[in-house]
Design a protein around this ligand. Sequence first.
Ligand SMILES: [Zn+2]
Length: 254
Amino acid sequence: MNGPIGASAAGPAELLAVWETGLAQHPSDRSMLLHRAARPGAGTDELLSVPVGQREADLLALRRALFGERMQVRVECGACGEEMEFDLDTRVLGAGAELPREPLRVTEGEWVVEFRLPTVADLTAAATASDPAQARGLLVRACTVRALRHGEPVGADALPGLLPERVERRIAEAAAEADPTADVRLTVACPECGDATPAELDITSYLWTELDTWARDLMLDVHLLATAYGWSEPEILALSPLRRRYYLELCADV
Ligand SMILES: [Zn+2]
């Protein structure tokens, strides 16, 4: 059950429109939709060019504004199958992670590679890869600012055949460390068997599920109030959540 929708830039009518658009979209396109709602006024290029962790932090901020600070997370224990449910404080996620402005650097064997953090556009391009290793290769090439082998510059086009997998892996690790919000992973200890289950928090799908429930609840409210009072949808959406609740209670009492 959702809590009351809090103060945010977008009102219920705008959010309902966001939800309606998202219904028709593939889940992978909803990150962009929700990011746009989180940063109204930002252009598509701007949204595509932010580091992935920045987008996730923006989505968490939107989620906090809409549904509050606590997130209920459900994880199934990987060892015994026990259903675990716990509260997550979103303030500890994506807060204070200062993203590096300078390129990062990895030195491995004869290689020195300077690279920037993957952006949303890089990640979208890498999502077309057929396997994780290929995706990593695409990301590394897109994000490489400068590569030296034995001190000699190597062009980005030449990297695919030359850059060893272990260097690619080091780069991916260094990027993940510098931008921890890009991929929020939790480790949950099972109260039944004690096993630790790694869990990934997909903020887009989490927020979408909440928005979906909220939108359907809201439309039910609109239906009940429109039936009882003859008000229009815009009139009902303009009511504060508190007033809506009171009127609904009055309808139920009759
Ligand atoms: Zn367990």
